[in-house]
Design a protein around this ligand. Structure first.
Ligand code: DON
Length: 567
């Protein structure tokens, strides 16, 4: 009932809104001088500008999130989009509520535990990463509609308009877009729709090429007109189901009918007096992040040598990622001992097994045995508005250009998020992650994620942050929060050199230049295997409100092509 009133109000807004916006603009420009500033950091300048325009037009942070997410689905189709999903961490200032909108993809109803294994029980190479069988049922469209109906002020016809315009009129492709499209070159020969949309006369388009996406514009328009039903039912739904089935996938209309987002309570913890609010299962992000920080809270890190400090951080990561593999999955399907995993006593127990002078081989930890991580596909943005509302959202279609599959007529690149499940107990996925029963494939189940949209708060400031990067997302958040608590500003936090351990494979991955020669030697002496990554990874986006100084700052990772703006 309330929702339908909201919907009616919003549809009448479509008519009167242009007038209101002009009036609002006048009032707003007067009140701006006194009110708090606002900020957006996102992975693409067009998304940041579009989001700020919506804030300027009287939208709140949640409206801006709809705009930024939908624009990214057009201008950064390699990273996220309507064919994928993700998590929106929200803070609503009115009632001081923190909530996570879980718009994670779900396995279709015909999915089953061994669907990616052959008769010998071996994992079929590529089955969970290429083509429509690797696609979970998308959650982002439902997430955008939900945000609009329950949290936004403006109708979708306004918040989705910038994305529709960019899909219709086109945007200029970047060198990064070209590089990531190259990754899917083979899939283009299999899927005509993908090729037709993204190639220019049979070639990867040159940087600066104007890429138009007519079908995607139409799908976005149907979503804006009919809401949830514009994507999950009717014309778009039939095109999706028919296209997926013709390509060898198993979706039915019942899968789309059954897709709804879930509101979840974020996980909350403390590190050195700083409150951390982060992603709850089916993301592993918040739990692993807090577990690492809980372990580290027992050490005086700031007075230790840098190699010992890094050794302890690595050992803490090893243990928390082990727990990820053993315990974590979709909370609607599996019992997760969240309280235990987040307890200080449990962390103290894990500390007992950490030695200062020696790495513990991961095989000595109880867990599933097996044994590359992601970088710049997927996307993150952070937003704060005038009123203190904020959003940290990490959205994904998994690999660059997801499954490399577009259902003809939709313009929607489908995810390959099914690869985030465990295809066989102990086997590894595209990020080298292993796992057990808790994250095995099940009909209607959400696959475990590492996406970690997070808020960090203390007396002085509030920071919203997150990044893409597959399994390395969580360790990037660890590094960032440690920097922050040691006094770094947000740009220094975002640009801090990164290193990572994920239990298995048993190695420390580090960015070029992230470790000094002396640190490398000292870590090797302790028995760590080190692996320098071929390039820098991640694309962190953060905004920060300094309460005591009343200063807003925003930072976009210098590794990426994003833009952070404060207004
Ligand atoms: O949900 C997850 O954990 C992954 N699908 C995220 C993928 C990702 O970040 C790829 N990035 N580089």
């Amino acid at each position: 009932m309330a929702t339908s009133i909201v919907r009616q109000l919003k549809s009448s807004m479509t008519v009167i809104l242009p007038v209101l916006l002009v009036i609002y603009g006048v009032i707003n420009s007067i009140s701006c001088a006194q009110s708090k500033p606002m900020a957006i950091a996102s992975a693409h300048p067009l998304a940041t500008h579009a989001g700020l325009a919506i804030l300027d037009a009287g939208g709140n942070a949640f409206d801006a999130a709809i705009t930024v997410a939908s624009v990214l689905s057009v201008v950064e189709p390699q990273g996220s989009g309507l064919g994928g999903g993700g998590f929106f961490l929200l803070h609503r200032a009115d009632d001081n509520v923190d909530v996570m909108i879980d718009a994670r993809e779900k396995a279709p109803l015909a999915a089953y535990q061994r669907m990616f294994q052959n008769e010998q029980g071996e994992v079929i190479k590529g089955a969970s990463t290429q083509g429509p069988l690797s696609a979970g049922v998308p959650g982002l469209p439902a997430g955008l509609v939900y945000l609009s109906e329950h949290y936004g002020r403006l109708p979708l016809s306004v918040t989705l308009q910038p994305a529709i315009n960019l899909a219709e009129k086109g945007f200029r492709v970047s060198p990064r877009f070209r590089r990531l499209l190259q990754f899917r070159i083979r899939q283009m020969t299999v899927n005509n729709a993908l090729q037709t949309i993204f190639q220019d006369q049979g070639q990867i388009p040159a940087a600066g090429f104007l890429l138009r996406q007519k079908d995607l514009a139409r799908t976005l328009r149907l979503l804006s007109t009919f809401g949830w039903a514009g994507f999950y039912q009717g014309e778009v739904a039939s095109l999706l189901v028919n296209g997926v089935q013709a390509g060898g996938g198993i979706w039915t209309q019942a899968d789309l009918d059954a897709y709804h987002v879930v509101e979840r309570k974020p996980v909350v913890g403390r590190y050195r007096g700083v409150k951390i609010i982060s992603a709850a299962p089916p993301s592993s992000g918040g739990i692993v992040l807090l577990e690492v920080l809980n372990i580290l809270s027992g050490y005086p890190l700031e007075i230790m040598t840098s190699d010992l400090r890094k050794h302890l951080i690595i050992e803490a990561m090893r243990r928390a990622y082990r727990d990820r593999a053993v315990y974590l999955g979709d909370p609607d399907f599996v019992q997760i001992p969240v309280e235990q995993l987040l307890s200080i006593d449990y962390a103290a127990g894990l500390r007992v097994s950490i030695q200062f002078d020696q790495a513990l081989p991961s095989v000595f930890l109880n867990g599933p045995l097996a044994g590359q991580a992601g970088g710049e596909d997927t996307t993150h943005f952070s937003i704060m508005d005038h009123d203190g509302n904020r959003v940290a959202a990490t959205l994904s279609i998994n690999f660059p250009f997801g499954s490399g599959f577009v259902a003809p007529g939709t313009g929607v690149v489908l995810n390959n998020e099914m690869d985030d499940f465990v295809s066989r107990i102990g086997a590894v996925n595209g990020y080298g992650l292993t796992g057990g029963e808790a994250n095995s494939i099940g009909a209607g189940k959400r696959m475990l994620s590492s996406m970690t949209p997070t808020f960090v708060e203390d007396e002085q400031r509030i920071v919203a942050l997150g990044t893409p990067g597959g399994s390395r997302i969580i360790s990037m958040l660890v590094v960032a929060i440690l920097e922050l608590t040691q006094g770094a500003d947000v740009q220094a936090m975002v640009d801090a050199p990164r290193f990572h351990h994920q239990y298995l494979p048993d190695q420390v991955q580090y960015e070029p230049g992230a470790l000094t020669l002396a640190e490398i030697k000292a870590l090797q002496l302790r028995g760590h295997r080190l692996e320098e990554t071929s390039k820098h990874y991640g694309d962190m986006q953060a905004v920060s409100w300094q309460k005591d100084k009343q200063v807003m700052t925003a930072a976009s990772d210098s590794r990426g092509e994003g833009l952070a703006l404060v207004k």
